[in-house]
Design a protein around this ligand. Structure first.
Ligand code: SF4
Ligand code: SF4
Length: 287
């Protein structure tokens, strides 16, 4: 695996070249925050700003989150790790961004760490892939052996519970929610504007953190992300109440993959699974 400092050097070199040649008008990457464990998403617009860019194992944020914030046709270079690249692919499939407007700077890496806990992020909280699924420039050597294990193994405990136990598990977890919407803000697939939660005419949902309101928010978000969540785990890491949202979304991702044979954001030519009807599709979801 390429040394993380070398990846940072490669990122800076490519960002400078792309901005100087005006191939792109912005490079989405990372800069230092208040310490090295807390980097920030950063948009470099000039070659002079490239010196601010960093890459270290705490750069977990999924920068695909910001792609939909730019006007159409903006030429953007974006640094992506494996799961982030799946978000870019999913956004291309959903026609929210166009591939021709992007230069994808792929980062092959295993060993990212949670800025809150310092623990390594693995298949328990993410898809744990090593190589981006789509890139124009790879900023390190492709990783041949990312390790064994399924990203869905972590669901075993929940799946072993009966329905009543699962319900009370999630009721308890969602009762902690203070409705700060950090999970929504962190998620690359939560781009609706306005979000149904913010609509006032009609007012679909109560914004205050009541038990029923919390369930309404999370269940609706859960369905909106069916077949679209790319398992980056950023929602869980963003949550100040440590609600294991990734488990919720992994379960839906697993069901979708089982029923329709397609994981989100893996291939640029796939259609989003929920808008791609096939006669052979499973009817399980209707039961
Ligand atoms: S980040 Fe956590 S506390 Fe905030 S709205 Fe999401 S689940 Fe609730
Ligand atoms: S729901 Fe969570 S894990 Fe899925 S794409 Fe959004 S932030 Fe990533």
């Amino acid at each position: 695996m390429t040394n993380i400092k070398q990846i940072e050097e490669n990122l800076k070199r490519e960002a400078k070249r792309l901005l100087e040649s005006k191939e792109v008008s912005v490079v989405l990457a990372y800069a230092r925050g208040y310490d090295e464990h807390h980097p920030l998403p950063y948009a470099a617009r000039t070659a002079g700003e490239v010196g601010n860019l960093i890459f270290n194992e705490y750069c977990t944020y999924n920068l695909a989150r910001y792609l939909t914030k730019y006007p159409p046709k903006t030429k953007i270079a974006i640094a992506v790790k494996a799961a982030d690249s799946r978000a870019v692919v999913q956004l291309i499939q959903e026609e929210k961004v166009k591939k021709e407007d992007l230069v994808i700077l792929g980062i092959p890496f295993i060993g990212m760490k949670d800025p809150k806990t310092g623990e390594e992020i693995d298949q328990k909280t993410t898809c744990h892939m090593a190589n981006p699924v789509l890139y124009d420039i790879l900023l390190g050597e492709e990783i041949r052996d990312a390790g064994a294990g399924s990203p869905y193994d972590v669901l075993a405990e929940l799946e072993a519970m009966d329905q009543a136990a699962r319900w009370s598990f999630w009721e308890k977890e969602f009762s902690k929610c203070i409705r700060c919407f950090a999970c929504r803000k962190a998620c690359p697939m939560c781009y609706c504007d306005p979000c149904f939660m913010d609509a006032s005419r009609p007012r679909w949902a109560d914004k205050s953190p009541t038990a029923d309101g919390n369930l309404m928010y999370h269940l609706t978000r859960f369905y909106h992300l069916a077949g679209r969540c790319i398992d980056c785990g950023e929602c869980s890491r963003a949550c100040p109440m440590d609600i294991p949202l990734h488990l919720f979304h992994k379960k839906m991702a697993k069901e979708c993959e089982t029923m329709f044979g397609q994981a989100a954001g893996m291939k640029i030519d796939d259609k989003p699974v929920m808008v791609n009807y096939g006669n052979q599709d499973s009817d399980e979801m209707l039961k």
